[in-house]
Design a protein around this ligand. Structure first.
Ligand SMILES: Nc1ncnc2c1ncn2[C@@H]1O[C@H](COP(=O)(O)OP(=O)(O)OP(=O)(O)O)[C@@H](O)[C@H]1O
Ligand SMILES: [Mg+2]
Length: 249
């Protein structure tokens, strides 16, 4: 079995100190295989975003470890950490939304700007991503003037420009009506199937969770369920080997 793309070992995360200390994650362990689609579900306040932020290396765990392709991420710092995050991950998070008054294209090319990609190539790849998401005609519009679904597609375009291995999405369809949400979901699952991008999605939406290979349920900072409803025996054979081992474990 290949090295999992992410290995989470006894991750704990506490906020605050002394009497104000709150243990948001209380020892969580699991692996994610490359190419999997994983839903992280659980009640409000259960620790989903905290877990996602530690997986995405936006926040360090208080203890425990996260390995990315077998490399302990606590050994990454400063520029190496930023470069790893920028090259490996795409983010579809509410808090990294679009810069309202910048153009759609400028928003989409930002990760490449950070990565030091030359201007002409940024533009070419940015336009290609916008075309993929059917937004090329809006490239020059201000981001603020897009509709909700168009904004979310622009966020996905931005998540794609550096050709990420993993897309992290926190409630990607949370603010969308159901038909627009379905379009955004289809885009994410197409990227998973066609480009092999690993999807890690925090959601309250059971239908969205049901489309993922795997569901991880967090309750009060603990992993209480890890199942593969679409794993072994399902029509999807690409992850059969991992799935079979996952069930045996
Ligand atoms: N910076 C912080 N300081 C103190 N407590 C925090 C901080 N961030 C999160 N928490 C607490 O940690 C717990 C888990 O928060 P988290 O944001 O991970 O929940 P969540 O499962 O994503 O919830 P939601 O579904 O509402 O987004 C909550 O009780 C929250 O109040
Ligand atoms: Mg959250």
């Amino acid at each position: 079995m290949p090295t999992p793309i992410i290995q989470v070992t006894d991750v704990r995360k506490s906020y605050g100190r002394g009497q104000n200390r709150f243990d948001a994650l209380k020892g969580v362990s699991f692996d994610i295989a490359e190419g999997e689609s994983v839903a992280i579900i659980g009640k409000s306040g259960s620790g989903k975003s905290t877990l996602m932020h530690t997986l995405a290396l936006l926040d360090a765990p208080t203890s425990g470890s996260i390995a990315l392709e077998g490399v302990d991420t606590s050994t990454l710092a400063g520029r190496r950490l930023n470069r790893t995050r920028n090259r490996t991950f795409g983010f579809v998070f509410q808090q990294f939304f679009l810069t309202a008054n910048a153009s759609v294209l400028d928003n989409v090319v930002l990760p490449m700007k950070i990565a030091g990609v030359p201007h002409a190539e940024r533009k070419r790849r940015g336009m290609a991503a916008l075309e993929q998401l059917d937004l090329a005609d809006k490239a020059k519009n201000k981001a603020v003037n897009l509709s909700g679904g168009q904004k979310q597609r622009a966020v996905i375009a931005r998540a794609l420009v550096n050709d990420p291995r993993i897309i992290f999405a926190d409630e990607p369809t949370g603010n969308l009506d159901s038909s627009t949400g379905a379009v955004v979901e289809d885009i994410l699952f197409d990227l998973n199937r066609e480009n092999g991008i690993t999807l890690i999605i925090v959601t309250h939406d059971e239908d969205l969770a049901a489309r993922c290979d795997r569901r991880i349920v967090i309750r009060d900072g603990l992993l209480v369920e890890d199942s593969r409803p679409n794993g072994p025996g399902s029509a999807d054979t690409t992850h059969g080997r991992h799935g079979a081992e996952g069930v045996a474990a």
